[in-house]
Design a protein around this ligand. Structure first.
Ligand code: FPP
Length: 285
């Protein structure tokens, strides 16, 4: 199947981008640090909250595109534990926007078989937000299409702390049995238990940071940082990120294709150190 059969291009440039998408090699999970709403608003002499409102529209377009491409999982970083440091009016507005978004979009999320999962310390959220989230997760829990994960009141170190405490509680409750964890055990105690690790981490607005987002899960994610501010991150910009991702060679600490060929050559007795050969690329994986 071709991507153009799943998505109707809005214009010629979008059609050209869609043609380059290989549906067989899409990431299983895209995680997004949506940044730049404030700068988008400032550059238009608008209040910061106008940037957040425009950010919701961008999120809507990206969610729809990923669902149409049958992506298994999309995670959006909507509110971090550190975001409480913002002015109260901005925090209140963000919470209000989220509830408004859920109210407006939940029927369509449900109709499209999308499962909503919210990760983070939800017990610290205002009651109304918490109740809306619980209802939305309950409504969509049987859906089998894309998992839309919203990180809300989320911090990756806090997630790891919560996982360790839950593991220790479990060990204590299970008596004297010495408890040992391995990587899978830790993954199973994280908020993201059961979800694939992100293959692609997108950050908008140019900052080269991971900002306490999914620290355990992004160990092998490909990073894509774009100068585009989040409200301008359209379907076309997402397709560009996917095309870039599909050009990458993922090595997981092993050898790349070129290195493997070199190794095979030297095993077969060919001189892989011939002076006219390019030096093999070496990296940490
Ligand atoms: C960063 O912009 C964005 C956020 C703090 C998250 C808010 C996200 C939305 C409103 C999108 C909605 C998401 C969903 C799931 C509906 P910033 O304020 O940090 O921008 P700046 O760095 O330019 O100041």
């Amino acid at each position: 199947m071709k991507a153009t059969e799943l998505l109707k291009p809005a214009d010629k440039p979008e059609a050209l981008l869609l043609e380059k998408i290989d549906l067989e090699h899409l990431p299983q999970h895209i995680a997004v640090i949506m940044d730049g709403n404030g700068r988008w608003a400032q550059s238009r002499h608008l209040p910061r909250v106008a940037g957040h409102r425009a950010g919701v529209q961008a999120a809507r377009e990206i969610i729809e595109t990923c669902a149409r491409l049958h992506l298994p999982c999309l995670t959006l970083y909507a509110f971090s534990l550190e975001n409480w440091r913002r002015p109260q009016t901005e925090v209140d507005f963000l919470m209000h926007l989220l509830r408004e978004y859920l109210k407006r979009e939940l029927p369509s999320i449900h109709k499209n078989n999308i499962r909503l999962v919210v990760i983070g310390r939800s017990s610290q959220l205002p009651d109304g937000v918490r109740k809306d989230i619980e209802q939305a997760m309950k409504l969509t829990e049987g859906n089998t299409g894309m998992k839309l994960v919203v990180a809300l009141n989320y911090g990756a170190r806090a997630e790891i702390v919560d996982a360790f405490n839950a593991m220790l509680d479990h060990a204590k409750a299970n008596g004297a049995e010495p408890f040992r964890a391995d990587e899978q055990t830790i993954s199973d105690y994280l908020y993201t238990a059961g979800l694939p690790d992100p293959d692609l981490l997108i950050r908008t607005s140019g900052e080269m940071r991971v900002s306490n987002f999914l620290l355990w899960q992004i160990a092998y994610a490909e990073m894509y940082v774009t100068e585009t501010l989040w409200p301008d991150f359209s379907r076309a910009r997402l397709l560009e990120a996917l095309i870039d991702y599909q050009k990458r060679e993922r090595r997981y600490g092993g050898l790349g294709k070129a290195d493997k060929a070199d190794k095979a050559d030297s095993k077969a007795g060919k001189n892989s150190a011939a002076p006219d050969k390019k030096p093999a690329k070496r990296g940490r994986g």
